[in-house]
Design a protein around this ligand. Sequence first.
Ligand code: ADP
Ligand code: ADP
Length: 226
Amino acid sequence: MAAIEMKNIVKKYGDGFPAVNDVSIDVADGEFMILVGPSGCGKSTLLRMIVGLEDITSGDMIIGGDRVNDLAPRDRNLSMVFQNYALYPHLTVYENIAFPLRLAKMSNKEIDEKVRDASKTLDLDEHLQRKPGNLSGGQRQRVAMGRAIVREARAFLFDEPLSNLDAKLRGQMRTEIARLQKRLGITTVYVTHDQTEAMTLGDRVAVMKRGILQQLASPRELYEQP
Ligand code: ADP
Ligand code: ADP
């Protein structure tokens, strides 16, 4: 069964041309799916409909076998990683990772176990008492992912997470994300307009143009054609 099934998804803002026009994509369990395409082609809109931040005009969004069209974001158990990672600057790494568990009123003992497990996986155990302002970009990214891991989110969603970084840092972060993905194997949908990111990270790449899904193929099929 696919982790995320998008069936004939349409999004219209007002009366205009559909921003997303009859898109169907199955994302397999553990798959890293890339959405690419020029600015305005509907990538963010599609991602926001998966998360539940945008209403679907027609079609079905199915996550873990359940139709979620009418489910609020908090009930979808997904984790969206934004460009700025939305870390709390005044909280330590530990408390940033623990934050969703505190909201869920989990016991201190359980929180401690989960935070320590996640921080080991992410090589953050040496940095738990530091604040985000004193971390590298790569470390901040890992904190954001730690927060998603402790919630046991069903999938990660990324909206151009690297687009504000300089080329060198972008390269490092790309490597970092690829490494974590290999280790964690969590279903991921990742929006980018960067072909290198699509090639190095994606199991498959969905190419969009003016709201339409143009191609859905492995990076090799797309970019290494003879
Ligand atoms: P991308 O992420 O590929 O750049 P978007 O999903 O942001 O594309 O936008 C797709 C289309 O929908 C664009 O034409 C954009 O102008 C339009 N659009 C996006 N958000 C809104 C909105 N909140 N209201 C009206 N139109 C929107
Ligand atoms: P508040 O921050 O006041 O609790 P929100 O609506 O921002 O209200 O978030 C409530 C819950 O919805 C969050 O704990 C989270 O689980 C979920 N949520 C909101 N936005 C997102 C998002 N972009 N990605 C994943 N989950 C989200």
